[in-house]
Ligand binder design. Structure first.
Ligand SMILES: [Zn+2]
Ligand SMILES: [Zn+2]
Length: 393
């Protein structure tokens, strides 16, 4: 059966895939709580002859063996499946039924894309020269840690030599694919700082050690680490996004706190930046006579695309979409993603499918009005299938 048959299959399934996507959208579940989602995905995979096994609690691993035995190691394709703790703002007929939870990153769409890939591949077993493993990963949003790390720890990539993943991206034009070798998404550290001084009457600051004045100095000093100290090397970004201090106009409070984020694309630079944050906090706290309690919480690591894997995606995508729709423009992105754990375990590549519509504003991922663009389902599925084809010589 020729590979073109997979196109016909996807055409036949398109309506059903949109239905599944909207069903997932209507009943979103947070990380490690994707029980209904998992049951729905399992039923679909079983319908197409897979025997999926549970992984990372609410995730699934489904293998497709080639018809003829193969010595080649497996390749894995990964979709994330969790929703976000966001209240949906929408009058869509399939809007979220779960208060405060919604698919605002498009993982409902990613799951539907992978179901399309699963169905098409199942009828292409005769064309495969290696096992293909489909990964449905819970908890990408990091609400309770990353599911990608748990899946790797539970052996989801054993016997796998390459892994591929995808994210829809409204910031790129619809139907365009973005891929690059090297770092494509950032490592994130959350900065949590509390300053303890000595409160008192606002008319007598000389009797106090003012944490409000200290926190103001702290914001300026921290912001200057990247803007004054690092230039554009490694694409470092530091933002202080939250300050809390005091309750009223005539009382100097006893403490103040701030939160922020630090992101970059280079491990050496990351170490230097963290060192500078510690130095600046200690220095300003000392100068302003307050005690500092600094916590730096590490988020997902830098996502590095393997050079050869990124090239496979580029070649496959150019064949499917045309060379004018494939580029590295706009990469790397300063967002972060726990596919990085998978790409640390085996060589991998992560690509972005543009979802931005011309002439109208497309809400970004995590925006309360965001909704996955259903027309991306067959396009992204075809790219994944073409990557498999590229890797099944
Ligand atoms: Zn997200
Ligand atoms: Zn996402």
């Amino acid at each position: 059966m020729p590979w073109t048959r997979s196109d016909e299959l996807l055409d036949e399934l398109e309506e059903r895939l949109v239905e599944v996507r909207r069903d997932l959208h209507k009943y979103p579940e947070l990380g490690f709580e994707e029980h209904r989602t998992q049951a729905l995905l399992r039923a679909w995979l079983q319908e197409f002859g897979y025997e999926p096994r549970d992984c990372a609690g609410t995730g699934l691993v489904a293998d497709l063996e080639p018809e003829t035995g193969s010595q080649l190691p497996a390749i894995a394709l990964r979709a994330d499946i969790d929703a976000l703790p966001i209240q949906e703002v929408s009058d869509l007929p399939y809007r979220s039924e779960h208060a405060g939870v919604a698919h605002k990153c498009g993982h409902d769409g990613h799951a539907a894309v992978m179901l399309g890939v699963a169905a098409a591949l199942a009828s292409m077993r005769g064309q495969l020269s290696r096992r293909v493993r489909l990964l449905f990963q819970p908890a990408e949003e990091g609400v309770k840690g990353g599911g990608g790390q748990v899946m790797v720890a539970e052996g989801a990539l054993e016997g796998v030599s390459e892994v591929y993943g995808m994210h829809n991206w409204p910031g790129f034009p619809f139907g365009e694919l973005r891929i690059a070798p090297g770092p494509v998404m950032a490592e994130e550290h959350t900065i949590l700082l509390r300053l303890d001084g000595k409160g008192g009457h606002a008319s007598q600051p000389q009797t106090c050690r003012d944490p409000v004045a200290a926190i103001a100095q702290m914001v300026t000093a921290l912001n200057s680490i990247t803007s004054r100290g690092m230039g554009h090397v490694g694409g470092a970004v530091l933002s202080i996004s939250c300050i809390q201090a005091g309750d009223t106009h005539n009382v100097i409070p006893g403490f103040a706190s701030l939160e922020g984020t630090l992101r970059c694309f280079d491990e050496n630079l990351r170490d230097r930046l963290l060192e500078r944050v510690r130095e600046v906090v200690a220095g300003v706290a000392s100068a302003m006579q307050v005690e500092a309690d600094l916590q730096l919480e590490r988020g997902f690591p830098i996502l590095h695309n393997d050079k050869a894997c990124a090239e496979h995606v580029r070649v496959a995508a150019e064949r499917r979409l045309g060379a004018d729709r494939v580029s590295a423009e706009g990469l790397p992105l300063v967002a972060s993603e726990d596919f990085s754990y998978l790409a640390q375990a085996v060589p991998g590549a992560y690509f972005f499918m543009g979802a931005g519509r011309e002439g109208r504003e497309t809400p970004s991922c995590h925006h309360p009005e965001f909704d996955f663009d259903d027309e991306l389902i067959p396009i992204a599925a075809r790219v994944f299938l073409e990557v498999v084809r590229e890797r099944c010589p």
